[in-house]
Design a protein around this ligand. Structure first.
Ligand code: PGA
Length: 248
């Protein structure tokens, strides 16, 4: 059984000061379980790492990384830079980056590989658009997104990472996938990974909040969540953490 995990993606919200404050509040109210990861903006990472020093219950991740390891790439951040700052996780293929930065499945696979080479655990985000769901091709879309990464790094490396199913139509829209819709995709992903994927953490993301979290977390193949908007306030996020702990 995969271990429960809750991740908070803070996107481009707040400042280094407010991010450090939010990190300490989350660490203060969250107990030892489940595993928690926060994803501040790049510039907020050092302050968040230092606000969390000595607290083992919350890990820090980055929202993106370069697929290059080093070189003349102005404005880019390498996996090694992130690892040195104290990050242990990184998001790859978030739908906002696929959409606004034209990140292809192949580029996401390169980033996934760069992350693992730097010792970071990638969280691979996959998910279909509204139109793709209307066309009933969501499973093909997700398969292509995952296959591109398997072709680059191999099945075992993908199973060693974390996968987040985030339907594009549910991210930041207030519209959540129903527990059945989410479970259907999660069980499909689990089956695609086969025996090696039994313990792979599969997260759901897309407008999770304190009102809908419990029903999502009771699904057999949903091991936790990747939370955006509802992770920006410590009490709200902790409420979701509690629901994951208490899930039936
Ligand atoms: P949301 O974002 O919870 O605000 O929909 C989720 C995400 O982008 O990971």
């Amino acid at each position: 059984m995969a271990k429960p995990l809750l991740a908070g993606n803070w996107k481009m919200h707040g400042t280094a000061t407010s991010a450090a404050k939010l990190a300490s509040e989350i660490a203060e109210i969250s107990g030892e379980n489940p595993e928690i990861i926060v994803f501040p903006s790049f510039v907020s990472i050092p302050g968040v790492v230092s606000a969390l020093s000595g607290r083992k219950n919350v890990a820090v991740g980055a929202q993106n990384l370069s697929h290059y390891s080093d070189g003349a790439y102005t404005g880019e951040i390498s996996g090694q830079m992130l690892a040195e700052l104290g990050c242990t996780y990184v998001l790859v293929g978030h739908s906002e980056r696929r959409t606004y930065n034209a990140e292809s499945n192949e580029l996401v696979a390169e980033k996934f590989s760069a992350a693992q080479k730097s010792g970071l655990t990638p969280i691979l985000c996959v998910g279909e658009t509204f139109q793709q769901r209307q066309d009933k091709i969501q499973l093909q879309v997700i398969k292509a997104q995952i296959t591109a990464v398997i072709e680059k790094v191999g099945l075992q490396s993908v199973c060693d990472a974390i996968i987040a199913y985030e339907p594009v139509w549910a991210v930041g829209t207030g519209e959540t996938a129903t527990p059945d819709q989410a479970q259907q995709v999660h069980s499909y992903i689990r089956a695609e990974l086969g025996d090696k994927g039994v313990d792979t953490q599969l997260l759901y993301g897309g407008s999770i909040n304190a009102d809908n979290a419990a029903d999502l977390f009771t699904q057999p193949d949903i091991d936790g969540g990747l939370v955006g908007g509802a992770s920006l306030e410590a009490e709200h996020f902790n409420n979701i953490v509690q629901q994951l702990i208490e899930r039936k």
